[in-house]
Write a protein that binds this ligand. Sequence first.
Ligand SMILES: [Fe+2]
Length: 432
Amino acid sequence: MVRLESELILSNLRIISIFYLIFATELCNGEFKRPPPGRMILTRHTKPGSYPQQVHISAVGTDHIRVSWITTDKHVPSIVEYGTDSGTYDVTATGEQTSYRYFSYVSGKIHHVKIGPLLPDMVYYYRCGGVGDEFSDLGQTEWTASTLHHVNQSDYDMLLLPGDLSYADTQQPLWDSFGRFVEQYSSKRPWMVTQGNHEVEASPILHDLRPFTAYNSRWLMPYQESGSTSNLYYSFDVAGAIHVIMLGSYTNFDSNSTQYKWLVSDLAKVDRTQTPWLIVLLHVPWYNTNLAHQGEGESMRKAMEDLLYKARVDVVFSGHVHAYERFTRIYNNKADQCGPVYITIGDGGNREGLALQFQKDHKSAHLSLFHEASFGHGRLKVINGSSAHWSWHRNDDSVSTVRDELWLESLSSSSACHVGSHFVAYAADYEL
Ligand SMILES: [Fe+2]
């Protein structure tokens, strides 16, 4: 089954962790044996049509959550009841609904309801559509107040996914199966996603069938709340400690594009004295020594690398290449202490297998500090405004094994990199 997950933990102590969970299926470099590729798991809906299925939640601002789910019954209201005691729902929120058609496939009713404001450090219980199961663990610890002790008790608070979700690839029922498969996780912690090539699903026949029809209908992200005009790129703050930007590799990104203009505007708003960490996720890596997808991110890198460098982005995470690779801080193909750390976290459990061939003679090979063609999970713990720890764990059998780790110093704490001044000047020149 295809899954790539990344998770984010935070608290008011500015302790943030990002995990990337990737499921092992393959043989890796001959170093150790993994189980053979797993079969695809089709998850069916066996309850009445009015029952919510494919429930997932996403963060909206600092104290709201969007609850999304699907019903095959078209008459179910788009309401979410919620409260802080199990079975007692003090508040009811009403949202919106949509559906889409893809050739002969007609989706169920897709509900999106925004709830809140939610109290900090609180577990909420909620029910969708007035029927069905109760979900919980919708705590504010994800983005506001909490303590280190509380964080240690949680597995994670937020999940970030840089594209290639379901691998439905136009087979729309696989979107439904994926939604049911991940529901046990996605209904408990916010999943913040951006799109990959497997979400495009453009039709060579029906030209009025817009790309990303299923993705945009099912995985509504807070793009409007971040001033974007597209669900394909957006941003959000986490606990006031970190600003996360999701970019779109499969939409326009040149200097005249709406994405580029939005990115300039969004970066200009970031106050690094308040949000000292700045992280970007995108699907296609800009730096990659793996033979797979070689050079695919180059045009986007040329268009946007200057922006990220001048804004002093701390880390750029990407997916697409089915392997793990960590680079040093880079700007324009050279090591640069004020550039982002680039990390490719591959993907997981997909039917395409691993990308095993790293190129020793690649022009960026001297900038690549660690790489391994296997699946695993990673974690970034932001301890405070200046310090964070990144670790990548290989899924070695049933045991998680740390294969790569390092301590990061935020660029906002670096006197040499002059965070803020470079980008403010650039944004002013750009005439926002
Ligand atoms: Fe991909």
